[in-house]
Design a protein around this ligand. Structure first.
Ligand code: SF4
Ligand code: SF4
Length: 91
């Protein structure tokens, strides 16, 4: 018997959208290649490329801010107009 249907909520912010989705992670500058953002992102937005983190699937960003919080050198910039209080519904 299938479990209850869970509807996934997404941000509905119109500025700088990719289609109907907000592009919330903006840039990565000064990366030291630790990989923590890749491990922390629940949506597989960031990948490592030649020892540096790169934003690979920005349209999948769910504005959780985990990548930014785990980055030891504060290399990740979010679009300021889309920053929201940290809400972590996972785990
Ligand atoms: S804010 Fe969250 S979903 Fe978006 S890239 Fe960072 S960890 Fe991934
Ligand atoms: S957490 Fe920061 S330093 Fe580490 S890979 Fe990601 S952007 Fe680079």
């Amino acid at each position: 018997m299938p479990g209850p249907s869970v509807k996934r909520k997404t941000a509905n912010i119109r500025h700088n959208t990719v289609g109907e989705r907000a592009m919330t992670i903006k840039s990565i500058n000064g990366c030291i290649g630790c990989g923590e953002c890749v491990k922390s992102c629940p949506c597989d937005v960031i990948r490592m490329d030649r020892g540096k983190a790169v934003i690979t699937y920005p349209a999948d960003c769910q504005i959780c801010h985990l990548c930014r919080m785990y980055c030891p050198v504060d290399a990740i910039e979010m679009s300021p107009e889309k920053s929201i209080p940290v809400i972590v519904p996972w785990g």
